[in-house]
Structure formats: C-alpha cells, structure tokens
Design a protein around this ligand. Structure first.
Ligand SMILES: NC(=O)c1ccc[n+]([C@@H]2O[C@H](COP(=O)([O-])OP(=O)(O)OC[C@H]3O[C@@H](n4cnc5c(N)ncnc54)[C@H](O)[C@@H]3O)[C@@H](O)[C@H]2O)c1
Length: 365
C-alpha cells in the first residue's frame, strides 16, 4: 500500500493507494484518528455490494447508516444533496461525524458537497470506485452538482479527511469506463511527466487490462501530478488551469452530441487532447517528433480521427459551446496547448473565427 500525502492551504490529508485495501478500513480509520459516533455511507448503486458491506463491517462502533443512490448526471443535483442532508439532520449528526462515499466522480462530488454544507462541514472520507475518480475527482477538493443551467455550477472546494483508492474496485468497470479514467492519466503525463508518458506508451495493454502492478503505478504517478498542481493552486487561479488540457474542446464535443451515450466524457476528452495537440503543432509550439509520439499513442487508443463523430455541420454548435466555456475570461476562447511532453502553454486566446478555421481545416477535413 502506498500513502500519498496532499498538503493544501485548507487541509492536509492522505490518499491510500493499493489492492484490496478497503479490507484494512478499520486500521486506516484508527491511523487517521477518526473517533466519530455516526457514519453515513453514501454508495453508488453500481458498486458491487460486497465492497459496501465490507466498509460497513469494518466500522466497529457507532451508528452506521447506508444511503444508496443511482449515480447519474441527472441525479447529480440539489435534490440528492437534500436527501443526504435530511438523513444527517434526522439522525443528529454533528460536525465530528462522517460521510463515507463509495462511488465514482458523481457520488464523490455530490457527497463531498453535502459534507461541505452540513453544519458548515463534517468529516468526509472518499473511496473512489472508478479509475477517473481515483486519478482525478478525488484529489483537489472540488465538489458540486449540476442544475438546468449546466454542469457543476453549484459547488464548493472541500478537501476530504482521507481517500482510499482500492484498485480491486476497478475490476467491475466496463472497458469504456476504464478508458474514461485513462484519458486523465494520459493527460496528466502530457502536462507534467514525459517519463510517465513513455511508461504508458510502453505498457498500454497491461494498464488498460488493469494488471495490478501496472495500473497501480499509473494511478500513483498520475495522482502525484495532480497533487503537485492542486497543492500549488488549490482554487484554480492559474497553474490548476493546466489540467484543462483537451477539456475546452472535449466539453464542447460531448455537449454537441447532447451528452449522449455515443461519446462519454473521457472519450470526448481524448478527442479534445487530439485537438489541442493538433493546435499545438499548427502554432509551431511542439516539435514533430513529440507530436508524432502523441498521435501514435492516440492511434493505439483508436482516438485519432474526429470525423468518426463530427462533420462540418456540427461546427456552429461546437463553437457556441466553446465560446460559452466557463473558463474563458474574455470574449475569446481560452485553450491549453503543449510546448513539449511535460510542459503546457495556458495563455492561448483565440477568437471564434480562428478556432472555426482551425477545426475546419485541421480536424474535419
Ligand atoms: N471534483 C472533481 O475535481 C472532478 C474531476 C473530474 C470529474 N468530475 C466529475 O466526475 C463525474 C464523472 O466521474 P466518473 O467518471 O467516476 O463517473 P460516474 O460517477 O458516473 O461513474 C461512471 C459509471 O460507473 C459506475 N460505477 C462506479 N463505480 C463502479 C464500480 N466499481 N463498478 C462498476 N460500476 C461502477 C457508476 O454507477 C456510473 O454508471 C462527472 O460528474 C464529473 O463532473 C469531478
């Protein structure tokens, strides 16, 4: 088991990473000095019951309540938060009591948000159960819910008390969900660590097949990168923006297809990364050799051609979503590009026509 300490201005906490480590939940709770009387376990219904039962059984004293819910973007809303808060109120939870979340990014974002607002914050333990949540959403303290105006528009920054990333939980994920998390690992390597990129490129099959040593190393190294970034810029003032590589394009792609099952978030991000890399080449920021390495990796993943999903008729919709991206700070579109593998440029401000021309000629031609 590896322990990765995260140090932010608001809180320091540990991420425990390993195989079958929730079987040691009782020991970890003790090590973390959690002496609460009441525990609300918020579980995603798709997490195999055996793991939820295990967590419950490892809490030796105090009141244990289970709240299972159907974790979908539709249910990632204030009503679900309200249901959680009601249970806490009915059962007289105090700030010293705990919410334990076991689920993917949706369950984590919802229960983290509920934890942050209940009596202005009670303890929060996160057990991320998807690859994406283990390498991305469980680190850095962003919590929140959607509403009819858009995704993640209501939320808070709230760091957990600790995180347990158990790779055994990943075995029940579909291949597409694994790819979704892999997209973020790949993104992290491009932003900050060429050595990790080369490791991913060499061991891609074993990683995607969740072979223990390979997936554990990929998760740990990926978490280290997100750790470095959020420790320096918890509230996304500047450096944390680097994590948006591929995301402005990616969000527009998934929105253009109405968030349909045809293209999930991670898949859209992979196409977003492809787009950003092509833009980096067009702007003569990245050299030919590194460009070739990245494109060949995307080819191995089967994410090297946007035309499988989009054509020129989609352009207006894509551009309209890119223009309204909440990360833009002027009426220009803010895009992250790559200077080389391991280093990004966060200061690209392109106007809509420039982006239109680029997508038309370089991505959809
Ligand atoms: N807070 C952050 O910093 C941050 C960062 C990235 C993404 N997010 C958010 O995270 C969400 C996406 O997270 P996600 O990709 O984990 O999606 P998710 O939570 O929707 O989980 C994906 C699917 O896998 C199922 N699932 C979860 N664990 C499982 C398991 N062990 N076995 C089988 N099925 C399982 C879920 O029920 C769901 O159907 C989005 O809402 C996004 O906005 C937040």
């Amino acid at each position: 088991m590896k322990i990765l300490p995260i140090k932010t201005k608001s809180k320091n906490y540990n991420i425990y990473i390993g195989h079958n480590i929730i079987s040691k939940f009782n020991k970890i709770i003790k090590r973390e000095n959690i002496n609460s009387q009441k525990f609300l376990i918020v579980a995603d219904k798709n997490v195999p019951k055996v793991f939820v039962k295990m967590v419950k059984s490892k809490i030796s004293s105090g009141k244990r309540i289970l709240y299972s819910f159907n974790a979908s973007e539709k249910n990632k809303n204030v009503n679900t938060v309200n249901s959680i808060v009601k249970i806490l109120l009915k059962n007289n939870f105090t700030r010293n009591d705990v919410i334990i979340c076991i689920g993917g990014g949706i369950a984590g974002d919802v229960s983290g948000f509920a934890a942050s607002i209940f009596k202005r914050g009670l303890k929060f333990i996160n057990i991320p159960s998807t690859l994406l949540s283990q390498v991305d959403s469980s680190i850095g303290g962003k919590t929140g819910v959607n509403n009819k105006f858009g995704k993640n528009l209501i939320g808070s920054f709230y760091q957990p008390d600790f995180v347990i990333s158990d790779i055994k939980l990943l075995n029940s994920l579909s291949k597409r969900e694994v790819m979704c998390g892999y997209a973020e690992i790949f993104k992290h390597s491009l932003i900050k660590n060429k050595k990790l990129f080369l490791f991913l490129d060499k061991n891609l099959k074993d990683i995607l097949n969740l072979k223990k040593l390979y997936i554990q190393k990929a998760i740990l190294e990926s978490c280290k990168i997100k750790k470095q970034i959020v420790e320096q810029d918890e509230k996304e003032k500047s450096l944390r923006k680097t994590l948006n590589l591929g995301h402005t394009f990616g969000h527009a792609y998934e929105a253009t297809l109405n968030y349909s099952k045809k293209l999930n978030h991670g898949e859209a991000v992979l196409y977003g990364i492809l787009s950003s890399i092509k833009l980096s080449k067009k702007q003569k920021e990245i050299n030919k050799k590194e460009y070739g390495l990245i494109i060949s990796h995307l080819k191995k993943l089967n994410f090297d051609n946007l035309k499988k999903f989009f054509n020129k008729r989609h352009l207006n919709r894509i551009l309209s979503f890119m223009s309204s991206d909440k990360k833009n700070i002027s009426n220009k579109i803010n895009l992250i590009t790559l200077k080389k593998i391991g280093s990004v440029n966060i200061n690209n401000q392109l106007n809509t026509n420039e982006v239109r021309k680029f997508i038309k000629s370089e991505l959809l031609n």
